[in-house]
Write a protein of this length. Structure first.
Ligand code: CMP
Length: 153
């Protein structure tokens, strides 16, 4: 089992797409194991996007990501880091394949609705920015047997 950080960004919240995105993750069979709404501060943005801070687009990205509340989630599942990234599609909504979240709902590079961690190392680092260990509610859903066979874990 892996965990990943998923952020529903300000554009997702403003456009009333929170339920649509959570619904897609749930229908896939992934476990939402923590969730909170918050406003990202400039300091949190610099911590979260540390690898982008020196890039030319960073000032606009910080302004955008701190502009309005976001929803942060910890999501768990088999190969969940890759699975969620594939569900999101390419970073630029204009290039994301139809059927992916960005392909269906975004036509922007910056306002691409959802962030998800890109590796196990990023997931551990990013989850720690948003959640204390005691805020993660791991559980085994009783329906797990309807989502996959017993030898698929
Ligand atoms: P995300 O997956 O959250 O990771 C970094 C974010 O920076 C990305 O989604 C976009 O919102 C934004 N981003 C990436 N590349 C660019 C770019 N070239 N111009 C503007 N924003 C970008």
């Amino acid at each position: 089992m892996q965990k990943t950080l998923v952020l529903l960004k300000p554009d997702c919240v403003e456009r009333r797409l929170i339920g649509e995105i959570i619904g897609r993750l749930e229908r896939k069979g992934l476990n939402v194991i923590a969730m909170k709404m918050l406003r990202i501060t400039p300091a949190m943005s610099k911590q979260h996007y540390a690898e982008h801070v020196s890039k030319p687009f960073y000032p606009n990205l910080e302004e955008f990501i701190t502009s309005s509340p976001i929803v942060a989630m910890a999501v768990e599942g088999l190969e969940v880091i890759r699975v969620v990234r594939e569900m999101l599609g390419a970073t630029n909504g204009l290039k994301a394949a139809p059927g992916t979240i960005r392909g269906d709902f975004s036509s922007s590079r910056q306002m691409n609705l959802v962030h998800a961690s890109d590796s196990e190392e990023s997931a551990n680092r990013e989850l720690a920015i948003y959640f204390q260990p005691n805020e993660i509610c791991e559980y085994t859903p009783t329906l797990v047997g309807s989502f996959r066979a017993g030898d698929e874990s």
